[in-house]
Design a binder for this molecule. Structure first.
Ligand SMILES: [Zn+2]
Length: 275
């Protein structure tokens, strides 16, 4: 398993019941984008906070109490820039990236879940746990997390990589897809591989996981060996897939993605075996 995943989280989540009722700093979001200063600072001191917003406790981070605020308007915040969450995470340190991913996930959930799905009344914050609730008695609504498998398939010194039409030009990555109701994680891996590239796999091995807030996934990463079949792409989710030799790889996904960790890990393992 990826050793760095056993390191502590860079932050400690907090809620109203955790006695951190005063914020030292705020993370501000406007329309799901991070609000930053012109010099790309995004931890705002309390005095700069504007009105008309949802504000909730977020985390203890580097001995500070952080609150999360979503703004209805940024007109009253001077000299700001809006940064997309993905871009902000790419530019961040590892610790900052964890914090931003966590905050971005919550912001997306808060904005998408404002009304009760049963009676359509506005939802209220639950007083004890981080969830929303409705006076109609519908069960509390917790932040949604969608499990998604991701798998690197290998055949000796070759890896199977595929590209979605959504990827930047030239980029190939590992196979990924959401787990469906009723499936085990393992069933999900086997089904996604069969659907997207038409082959069967064996020796499935869990490697690690990664929260991925675009919009609310938890990536569950595997390595698998090729078993049988010829590559056949579905043409919708996957527009191309191929076997690539380890010393002739296409453009790979960002180093911050678990897809890349899976690929790099296999390259390292192969190198160690051959040296
Ligand atoms: Zn309701």
């Amino acid at each position: 398993m990826f050793a760095h995943l056993m390191d502590n989280l860079a932050y400690q989540p907090i809620w109203y019941t955790d006695n951190y009722i005063e914020a030292d700093r705020y993370l501000l979001f406007y329309q799901q984008q991070l609000v930053a200063t012109e010099s790309q600072q995004w931890l705002w001191p309390s005095k700069d906070l504007v009105n008309h917003q949802t504000v909730v406790p977020l985390a203890r981070y580097q001995d500070q109490t952080l609150f999360l605020a979503t703004l209805d308007s940024i007109e009253t915040v001077e000299s700001v820039q809006l940064i997309g969450l993905r871009r902000a995470m790419l530019a961040a340190t590892t610790n900052e990236r964890q914090l931003l991913g966590y905050a971005g996930h919550l912001v997306g959930w808060m904005e998408q879940h404002q009304y009760c799905g049963r009676c359509a009344r506005p939802l209220q914050w639950h007083p004890i746990v981080r969830a929303k609730q409705c006076e109609c008695g519908a069960p509390p609504l917790y932040p949604a997390i969608s499990p998604c498998i991701i798998v690197l398939i290998t055949r000796g010194d070759q890896v199977l990589l595929a590209r979605s039409p959504r990827f930047p030009e030239g980029v190939f990555s590992t196979i990924a897809g959401f787990i469906e109701p009723g499936e085990t994680i393992e069933h999900g891996v086997i089904r996604e591989v069969a659907e997207e590239v038409g082959i069967t796999i064996k020796n499935l091995q869990y490697k690690g996981s990664q929260p991925w807030p675009f919009p609310h996934s938890l990536m569950i990463g595997f390595h698998a060996e090729y078993d049988s079949g010829e590559i056949e792409v579905d043409g919708d989710e996957i527009e191309a897939a191929d076997w690539f030799n380890l010393n002739d790889l296409p453009i790979l996904p960002s180093p911050m993605s678990i897809a890349r960790w899976l690929i790099d890990d296999y390259i390292k393992e192969s190198y160690n075996q051959s040296s």
